[in-house]
Design a protein around this ligand. Structure first.
Ligand SMILES: NC(=O)c1ccc[n+]([C@@H]2O[C@H](COP(=O)([O-])OP(=O)(O)OC[C@H]3O[C@@H](n4cnc5c(N)ncnc54)[C@H](OP(=O)(O)O)[C@@H]3O)[C@@H](O)[C@H]2O)c1
Length: 180
């Protein structure tokens, strides 16, 4: 049975996208990272929010633009949106609600991970009790504004257990399990 994992690069001050969705800050922090290399073959499917799908790309202007992990991974992608485009996109399935997206992505992933991309989708998965793990690549940068890794107005208290802590020149990697 596939596990659900939210993987993301985060600034030290907790942002996954900069002001206005800017992702150019990330470009210089993409580099060799053994934890990323270890994780990518374990991904069976992606569950992606539509703001991530249609948003800025740290590979903008290069041949890697628009490709998951800059072309380092390929496979079935499920995009959550209330406004699926009329034209089909190869390799991509648009899904209109969380339950359908989780079910379809898990079925496609087999015994590998469903990798969640997008903070809004990850938050909904946490609240629905279907998020198993987080893999956070902490980049040495402060952004001051943007999209938070996790946003819950009024606060909450979700317990996490650290599975591993590793270091690469580009990032510090924290692999965590959601404690249910
Ligand atoms: N630092 C990193 O590693 C990293 C990784 C990925 C993304 N990002 C950045 O993070 C930002 C996106 O994150 P985000 O939290 O703003 O948005 P998101 O989770 O990527 O997407 C949210 C959108 O997904 C759709 N959606 C969400 N839940 C749904 C549901 N239950 N049913 C149907 N559709 C649903 C809606 O799209 P519609 O409005 O179309 O209905 C919603 O507006 C972007 O700026 C992206 O570049 C950063």
């Amino acid at each position: 049975m596939a596990k659900m994992l939210y993987s993301v690069t985060m600034s030290l001050d907790g942002f996954i996208a900069g002001h206005g969705g800017d992702m150019s800050w990330l470009t210089e922090h993409i580099g060799p990272n053994p934890t990323v290399a270890e994780f990518i073959p374990q991904i069976g499917a992606l569950l992606v929010g539509n703001r991530t799908f249609g948003g800025d790309d740290p590979h903008r202007g290069t041949e890697k633009e628009g490709k998951p992990f800059g072309g380092g991974w390929s496979g079935p992608q499920f995009i959550l949106t209330h406004n699926a485009p009329a034209t089909a996109v190869p390799g991509v399935t648009f899904v209109g609600d969380l339950d359908s997206g989780v079910t379809a992505a898990k079925a496609a992933a087999g015994d590998k991970y469903v990798n969640i991309l997008g903070a809004e989708v990850a938050r909904q998965c946490l609240e629905a009790g279907v998020l198993d793990e987080l893999l956070v690549f902490i980049a040495p940068v402060l952004l001051g504004d943007g999209v938070r890794l996790f946003d819950h107005p009024g606060g909450t208290n979700i317990k996490l257990e650290r599975l591993s802590l590793t270091h690469a020149p580009s990032a510090t990697n924290l692999w965590l399990r959601v404690v249910s």
